[in-house]
Write a protein that binds this ligand. Structure first.
Ligand SMILES: [Zn+2]
Length: 179
C-alpha cells in the first residue's frame, strides 16, 4: 500500500524508530535518537553521537525513489515496494562509505530473514550516517532508508511494505550486533 503525506522525510524515520524499540529484545543498551537539523548540516547527529559514543550505529532515513518519469535509472534505481534500501555510498563518497562489517551484517540479516532489500549508491545526498561514522575514533555505521517519491517537496509517497522491511531489518541487525 502506498501512502502520501507531508514531511515523510523524515517523519517515517521517527515512526520506524518507535516500532524498532517496541520490537527489540536484546541484551544491549540501545538508543533511539530523533535528530535535529539533519538537512542543514547533520548537526543533531553530531552532538548526539558524541554524547552516546555508540559501538555501532544505524541511521534511518528516506531516499529518493527513481521510479518516476523525471528521474533516470542512473540517478536512482530505487523502486517503491522493492524493499528497504541498504546504502553503500553516499554523496559519491563524500558522505558515508559503509563499513564492511555493517554492510555484511545488514545484507546477511536481510537474506537470512527473507527481508526485501535494494542496494543504494547515492550520487548526491547524505544522511546522519555521514557524520555519525566519523564520531570520535570512528563508528561502524549503516544506513537503512525507505524509498520515497518527491522528497523535499510538500508531499511524498512511500510504500508501507518498505517501511516494515526497514523496521524488521533494523531489529534483526541490532539483534545480530548485540550477540
Ligand atoms: Zn532529506
Amino acid at each position: 500500500m502506498r501512502i502520501c503525506f507531508k514531511a515523510i522525510d523524515d517523519r517515517i524515520g521517527c515512526f520506524a524508530l518507535i516500532k524498532i524499540m517496541e520490537k527489540l529484545k536484546v541484551n544491549a543498551e540501545v538508543y533511539a535518537v530523533a535528530t535535529t537539523q539533519e538537512e542543514v548540516g547533520l548537526k543533531g547527529a553530531r552532538t548526539s553521537a558524541f554524547k552516546i559514543d555508540p559501538a555501532y550505529a544505524i541511521a534511518i532515513d528516506t531516499n529518493a525513489a527513481g521510479d518516476t518519469p523525471q528521474i533516470t535509472e542512473r540517478e536512482s534505481s530505487l523502486k517503491l515496494g522493492a524493499g528497504v534500501s541498504i546504502t553503500i555510498i553516499e554523496a559519491s563518497g563524500r558522505g558515508l562509505i559503509v563499513n564492511e562489517k555493517m554492510k555484511n551484517v545488514l545484507i546477511d540479516a536481510a537474506k537470512k530473514n527473507k527481508i526485501k532489500y535494494q542496494i543504494d549508491v547515492i550520487e548526491g545526498g547524505m544522511t546522519d550516517g555521514a557524520i555519525i561514522h566519523m564520531n570520535r575514533e570512528g563508528v561502524p555505521t549503516g544506513v537503512l532508508s525507505i524509498p520515497t517519491r518527491y522528497i523535499h517537496s510538500p508531499t511524498g509517497v512511500f510504500n508501507i511494505e518498505d517501511l516494515n522491511s526497514a523496521v524488521e531489518l533494523a531489529v534483526k541487525a541490532v539483534g545480530d550486533l548485540a550477540k
